[in-house]
Design a protein around this ligand. Sequence first.
Ligand SMILES: *Cc1c(COP(=O)(O)O)cnc(C)c1O
Length: 372
Amino acid sequence: MNVPLLDLKAQFRDIRKEVMAAVEAVCEDQGFILGPRVVELEQAIAKYVGCSHAIGCASGSDALLLSLMAAGVRPGDEVITVPFTFFATVSSITRLGAKPVFVDIRPDLFNLDPTRIEKMVTPRTKAIIPVHLFGQCAEMEAINEIAHRKKIPVIEDAAQAIGASRRGVKAGVLGDTGCFSFFPSKNLGGFGDGGLVTTNDRTLNDALAMLRVHGSRTRYVHEQVGINSRLDALQAAVLTVKLKHLDRWTEGRRRNAVTYERLFADAKLLDGVTLPKTEMGNFHVFNQFTIRAQKRDELKVFLKEKNVGTEIYYPIPMHLQNCFKELGYQKGSFPVSERAAEQALSLPIYAELTDEQLTYVVDSIKTFYRSH
Ligand SMILES: *Cc1c(COP(=O)(O)O)cnc(C)c1O
C-alpha cells in the first residue's frame, strides 16, 4: 500500500477532458495575460464566496502583499499576525518595510487567539492578518470587534480556506479583504502559481486592480508604484473548470476527516495523538488534516518507511526564522506556536483517498505507538 500526502494525478484523471478543452481554447486564442477568462473566474469566485469583487493576481503571497498595499501599509507601520503560519503571511508585511507584531495561537486550535490581540494594538497598527490555517476559519467576530473599534483593517489569509465558512459566512468575506492562493496543493489548485483577493469594498477593489498592473489605471500612466502580479488566462481557464468540482472535493476531504476520527477512536490511539478540533460554527475544509503527535519526528520517519506521506506544517515558527531575527523574539516568546511546531503532523486527506488507504494510515500509526 502506498498513500501519498497528495495525489493530484488522481484528481486530473477525473477532469482531464474538461480541463484539456479549456486549455486548448486558451491556446487557440493566444491571449495569456488577464483578459475575459480571468474576469470569468473572478466573477465565479466572487459568487462562490459571496462578495461583490474579486481580483486575480499571480500568487497567494501577492494577494497578501497587494491587500496590505491597498490598506496603505507603509514602512514603520505594524501589522498583527500569528507566528504559526506559512512564511508569506509575514514576508508580505516585511516586504513593505512594516513590522510584524506576533500574537500567539490558541492551544486547542491552530488559529490566532483573539484574547491576545488588544494589548498588542498601538497607534501604528495598520492591519490584522488572521490566518484560517489548515482550512478552518479564525474567530472572526472577536477579531473584527477589536478591529472595528480601533479602525484597523482585517486581511484574511484564506490561502488554505476556500469554501470554508464561519456561522454561514465564507472565508474571504469575513474581513476587509480575503487572500486566496491557487498553489497546486491548495483545495482549489491551478497548474502553476495563482492567487486572488476578494472584497466587498469598491475603493479597495479599484486600488487592487491598479496595484496589480504597476499602479496604472490607464496604460503608461502611473499613479502609484504597484507591482506586476497578474493572473494568466491558462490558470483562469483551468481554475474555472476546477471550481465546479470544489464542493465535491471538499465533501470528500470532510468525509475522510470523519473516517479518520472513527478509525483513531477504534484504534484507541487518542493518547499519543490529538486530532484536529473543529470549533462550533466552523465549516472546516481540511486543506490539511493536522494531528498533534507524541514522538512526532520518529513517527514521520516510520510512516515514510510504510509509504505513508506526511508533512510538517510548519516546523519553525516565524518568530524563530533567521531572516526575522532583528525583530528580537526568541525561543519561548510564543510557547503555544512553538509547541505546535514540535507536534504538528499533516496526514493524507485528499478527496480521492479510499477507506482502505485511510485504514492503512491509522494502522501504521498504531503499529508505531505499540513499538514506541
Ligand atoms: C499557500 C499559502 C500562502 C501563499 O500562497 P502562494 O500562492 O504559495 O504564494 C500564504 N499563506 C498561507 C497560509 C498559505 O498556505
